[in-house]
Design a protein around this ligand. Sequence first.
Ligand code: ZN
Ligand code: ZN
Length: 357
Amino acid sequence: MSNARVLRLRKEMEQRGLEAIWVASDINRRYLTGFTGSSGYVLITHDRAILLTDFRYMTQAPEQSPDFEVIEHAKVTDTLKTLLQELRISRLAFEQDHVTFAAYSNYAEELAPIELIPTSGLIEDLRMIKDEDELRIMRDAASLADRTFSHILNYLKPGVSEKDIALEMEYFMRKHGATSSSFDTIVASGERSALPHGVASERIIQGNEFIKLDFGAYFQGYCSDITRTVVLGTPTDKHKEIYNIVLESQLYALEHIRPGMTGREADALARDIITRYGYGPNFGHSLGHGLGMEVHERPGLSKASDTVLTPGMTVTVEPGIYVPGFGGVRIEDDIVITENGIEIITQSTKDLLVLEM
Ligand code: ZN
Ligand code: ZN
C-alpha cells in the first residue's frame, strides 16, 4: 500500500484551501490506510498522516498501515483536540455525508473553538479512479463472480427454491475467498424476473421461464456485480425477443463507451436502442453505476450524470427490460474505462442459455 492516495488527497485539500481533514467513514479510512479494523479515524494534514484507533487494534493497525502514524485513542475527541492544538490547526474539514448530527454536535462542543468545515465527496471522487492494485483485486472479484455463475448453472432445476440457489451461490463465493456477497443475491424466476430488484424468495423454480441472477463477490475490500438471465426449459418467442433486444443494447453500449463521454451519453447508447424497439418504459433504471469498495459508487451512467468517463473508472453496464406479469431480462458486466475504450472484466457468456429441465 503506497501513500499515493494520501498525496492525491493533499492535492485536493490544497486546491480547496483545507489545512486538515478528519475522515470518519470506514470505507474511506480503509481506502487511505489499508486498515481493515472495525473502528478508527484518519487525520490528514499537509505533512502528517495519522490513524487513530483503540487498544484492540494497536497490533493490527501499524502492520496494515505502515505509512501512517498510529495513535491509540480513548475518548476520541480528547485525543483529536490535543493533536489539533499540537499541530496548530484551527480549521478542521470533515465529511458531512458520514458524520451524524449527534456526532457533529459533539465535535463542535468538544473541539471548540476549532472551526468545522463540511466537505462532500472529496475522497469518493479520488476513489472513482482506480489504481493498478485496485484493478487487480477487482478483476479477481469479477472472475470469482464468473466462476459462481458457471457453478450455479448445474443447480437450476424445477423444484428448487430461489433461496436455495442464492445460498449455494453465496457458499461458493465464500468458499473461494469472498468475505461475503457484495449485496443480497438476486434470484428472480418466472414472473418475479420482472422485478428489477427481486432478492431471492421462497418461490419454487417451475421451468419454461426466465431465471435472472444478479450477484457479486465482496473480495479483499472490493465488489463485483454481474447479472445473467437464462431460460430453464423452452423459451417462447417473447422470451427470445426481449433477451435479444437487451443483449443488442448491451453490446452496442460496450462497443461505444469510451473515455471523454459523459455518464448521460453512455446511458443513451443502450436506452435509445431499447426505446426504438418500444420497450423504453420497461427500462426504468439507469444503465450503470460506479463499482469499487462499494457496490454503488460514483460515477453513475444515467440521464442525470454529467461526470466525464475517465481512464481508471470502473462501472457496470446493465440494461434491462421488465414486463410485469411475464418476466424480465437484465445483462450486466463490469468494465474499466481505459485510455482508448474499455476493458470488460466479467467474462461469462451472454448467449441466451437455454437449460434443460
Ligand atoms: Zn447487479
Ligand atoms: Zn449493478
